[in-house]
Write a protein that binds this ligand. Structure first.
Ligand SMILES: [Zn+2]
Length: 45
């Protein structure tokens, strides 16, 4: 499973933040779960 850092938008593997929940690139503490269907646009008809 992959996560995306909220601050720098870099992909971080879960195992690398499991022990220490910090982004290895910027030190951010907020992560999103990476989903392939995250870019889904909903348009009002
Ligand atoms: Zn980061």
């Amino acid at each position: 499973m992959e996560y995306v850092c909220f601050k720098c938008k870099k992909t971080v593997e879960y195992k690398s933040i499991k022990k220490r929940p910090r982004c290895p690139y910027c030190g951010g503490k907020i992560f999103f779960k990476k989903r392939p269907d995250i870019i889904k646009r909903v348009e009002a008809v």
